[in-house]
Design a protein around this ligand. Structure first.
Ligand code: SF4
Ligand code: SF4
Length: 100
């Protein structure tokens, strides 16, 4: 069963550039990612929108391993700010969970 944190999106969306909700889950980004992460970016954005904090925490290593190369972002058909979204999710994790 998913434990939903309904306030998660508001905690992450501290910047107006955060637009994970624009993602329509087409998979283009995942197919292009040179690192080949299963979670990034589309699944990650779903977890944020659903408030599934547990899944995000489980994926911390992958989230911090993204190269921020923007290869995915350049081909995203919905102009999702992928790298900025990932950066904000990292910031949330660093502050609230890792105590950085
Ligand atoms: S390419 Fe853009 S719209 Fe498609 S899954 Fe990735 S982030 Fe979402
Ligand atoms: S920014 Fe680069 S490494 Fe990160 S998810 Fe996109 S393609 Fe993969």
């Amino acid at each position: 069963m998913i434990k939903v944190n309904s306030g998660l999106i508001d905690k992450i969306k501290i910047d107006e550039n955060f637009n994970a909700s624009a993602c329509f889950n087409c998979g283009t980004c995942s197919a292009l990612c040179p690192v080949g992460f299963d979670i990034l970016p589309r699944k990650l954005f779903r977890y944020v929108l659903l408030g599934d904090e547990e899944k995000i925490l489980e994926s911390t290593d992958q989230i911090f391993s993204c190269l921020l190369c923007r290869m995915c972002e350049e081909q995203c058909p919905h102009e999702v700010n992928i790298t900025e979204n990932i950066r904000l999710i990292r910031s949330y994790l660093a502050k609230s969970k890792l105590g950085v």
